[in-house]
Ligand binder design. Structure first.
Ligand SMILES: Nc1ncnc2c1ncn2[C@@H]1O[C@H](COP(=O)(O)OP(=O)(O)O)[C@@H](O)[C@H]1O
Ligand SMILES: [Mg+2]
Length: 457
């Protein structure tokens, strides 16, 4: 084998610009375990012809053999669009480890575009614990033609434009509790805990009622947690700030605490405000047992903000939401923090009927008997009910397109759609059942227990 290597070297000495030959040599060197030399030859090949995929591939192979993350990024980043999912994943990990965060994010975006369902714990962790950006960043990625919606766009590097960073601007939601079907007891509870304190802090104070602390909403996906939080802000005209923990960790690597603080500062300046934390289990929970590093620092920053360190939180209330309350860091549930834990159940038959009515209100319909439909949607979430209406609407629309005539959505459209929509809460309910049975600390999930028993009744 080494004679083959020498033969190739001799040939290259004669024609140093023969890139295929050099690639061949590099590949052979990788195979015989001479990765250092392979790296050298592959780099030379890439330098001569940066467009050659095979040169980059062998450079990547040599870098991989050497465990040289920076070289791997150098090799593969420019051809990320041509790589398979496994390779892109390796690229993203290497970039995160090498502190090349723009490249890591971009590779992560490519990975999502290849597989939108990808959720990679190791990768998440690597991104989160990545060292600070290296001074020599990789070349900027060309604009992607199809934006990847699963990942927020990377913000400009702060060093270049400290003020251009898009600040989290609160919104003023126009939805109110009237747009939330059912859940009447819950709305009343949120009025007492969130709406009235923001509207009439004077009265609360007069009666010696403490204002503050947060409400943690939990329950299966699609049952209105986000919708309720937004509606609570709409009810009292408060500014509404959404903080998606995952996005904070991914986008603001190394800067997450500062950003979190900035959000609270803005919320305080624009009070009354509600700061809403979605997927709050993503911070500090069982998934991220990091003692140090960005995850831990972010938890501490959040705790400091919740405790109102150095600032008054009087007119800033917080709502958290999670599908996985069992993964929420217990430190977040202490008094003054997310101390009220509220179950948002799948809607009951009456609530389902309301959601149907809300979803249908701006569409042409004949006189419908929604109660009988709603009763057949056992375990449907609010989102599932919306989905049902979408399917029924498509059925009517399809016919309108064929005949050219608008016809209303009928009872039979809805009935036919029942076959096509399945409840999405089942898996959550099964998981919850295990927690209620085996890990119901301090009766935390009693409400879920009652709900589960009602299902069996
Ligand atoms: N009770 C409800 N009334 C009206 N719409 C609802 C209700 N529950 C869920 N939805 C609708 O279903 C979708 C998903 O709800 P969302 O609040 O995002 O669920 P979650 O945050 O619990 O996962 C939203 O578009 C919302 O409008
Ligand atoms: Mg939500």
């Amino acid at each position: 084998m080494s004679s083959a290597v020498s033969a190739l070297r001799e040939a290259l000495a004669v024609s140093p610009d023969n890139v295929p030959l050099r690639v061949h040599l590099a590949r052979m060197l990788v195979e015989v375990g001479r990765a250092e030399e392979a790296l050298f030859e592959a780099r030379a090949a890439v330098a001569r012809d940066p467009e050659r995929i095979d040169a980059r591939e062998v450079l990547g192979a040599a870098a991989g053999a050497l465990g040289d993350d920076a070289a791997l990024v150098e090799a593969w980043f420019p051809i990320r669009a041509q790589l398979g999912a496994d390779e892109v994943r390796v690229l993203a990990l290497a970039a995160a480890r090498a502190g090349k965060l723009d490249a890591a994010r971009e590779a992560y975006a490519v990975l999502h575009s290849l597989d939108t369902a990808v959720h990679d714990l190791e990768l998440d962790r690597a991104m989160r614990t990545a060292p600070p950006p290296a001074p020599a960043a990789v070349e900027p990625a060309p604009a992607r033609t199809s934006p990847v919606r699963t990942l927020p766009p990377a913000p400009p590097r702060p060093a270049e434009s400290p003020t251009a960073e898009p600040m989290p601007r609160g919104t003023r939601p126009t939805v109110t509790f009237a747009d939330v079907g059912g859940l009447e007891a819950l709305k009343e509870r949120l009025r007492m805990d969130i709406v009235y304190p923001l509207q009439r802090p004077d009265l609360f104070r007069a009666y010696g009622k403490r204002i503050g602390g947060g409400v943690l909403l939990y329950g299966p996906p699609g049952c209105g947690k986000t919708h309720l939080a937004r509606a609570a802000a709409g009810e009292c005209g408060a500014k509404f700030y959404v903080v998606e923990i995952q996005a904070v960790l991914d986008m603001w690597l190394g800067e997450s605490e500062k950003r979190l603080h900035a959000i609270f500062e803005e919320a305080r300046a624009n009070a009354p405000s509600i700061v809403f934390f979605d997927e709050i289990e993503a911070i500090g929970g069982a998934r991220h047992q990091l003692k140090h590093g960005p995850g831990r620092r972010l938890v501490n920053q959040l705790l400091a903000e919740l405790d109102g360190a150095g600032a008054s939180n009087e007119a800033v209330l917080v709502i958290g939401a999670t599908n996985a309350p069992w993964d929420v860091d217990p430190a977040l549930r202490r008094p003054g923090r997310f101390d009220r834990v509220v179950f948002v159940p799948p809607p009951d038959a009456t609530a389902r009927e309301n959601v149907l009515r809300l979803a249908l209100r701006e569409r042409p319909t004949e006189a419908l008997e929604l109660g009988s439909i709603a009763r057949r949607c056992l375990r449907f979430s609010g989102a599932d009910m919306h989905h049902l209406v979408e399917v029924a609407s498509e059925r009517a629309l399809g016919e309108a397109l064929r005949t050219g005539k608008v016809r209303p959505i009928t009872q039979s459209d809805l009935l036919a759609s029942l076959d096509k929509v399945k409840p999405t809460t089942t898996e959550w309910i099964e998981t919850a059942r295990r927690y209620v049975s085996y890990a119901n600390q301090a009766g935390l999930y009693d409400d879920v227990g009652a709900y589960l028993r009602s299902l069996e009744a």
